[in-house]
Design a protein. Sequence first.
Length: 288
Amino acid sequence: MSVGERLRRARLDAGKTLDQVATETKIQLWILEAIERDDFSRVPGGVFIRGYLAAFARAVGVDPFEVWTAYAPETAQPSPAPPVPVSSPPPDPNESSSTPLWQYVVIVTMVLAAIVLWRNMTRGTAEVAVLRTPPPPPVSAPPTTVPAPAASAAVIPAPTPAAAPTQPTESGATATSGATPAPAPPEPREGETAATPPVPLVVQLHANAEVWIEASADGERKAYRLLMAGEDLRLDAQTEIKLLVGDASAVSYTINGMPARSLGGAGVVREISISPADYASLLAPPHT
């Protein structure tokens, strides 16, 4: 028995109409009709099919886990058949596999040529090494000592140049006149202010009824499940919060402690993005 047929029989056994189920689950009537016909291609949302099936099953007294388990095999894609290996044709017994004699001659000739070339290269390298060996240094004669001539006059020492005068610096230390003073650190320009971190976001969700939620904060998924009635969900982010709600009327929320506008009517699938730059447009108008 298919999932849609099972839910339809359970609804009839419970004595309920599709309008009654739509009122209880906040799911549009045409979506419930498509589920009973097993036409899941017309059910919007894709990822929210599980939430729709769970709400429908609870309304008609069926275990939601059993319905989802029965739905999963119906939608599973069949695994492709393994490819058939292509075997190579058997060798021809009449074909000769012997190697011609001339190929052996060519191989032996190439090996002998390589050996001769290697021997010539190694011998040439040894001869070059012998030629490059430097000859031993010649034996030098012992140095002769030449007597210094007698001094005929007194040696007058050269005048010593006067040291350059020192100049006091601003800090009280002394420095030479040729030294280059260190540059002063640049002063901050007028009107410049330090960069401030982005304003953080705090979104508090409250489920008024059972609703499927997918939420991410700063690119990281935080929720992907069915929220029960009365359950709260807090999301913190620095740059962006994204929400995908299966029933817009089943969720109320606040942004940074301030109440936000309604997401939409019953059964409407809503997707929104909240950032510090534009969250003010999603806030509810103040009461006068």
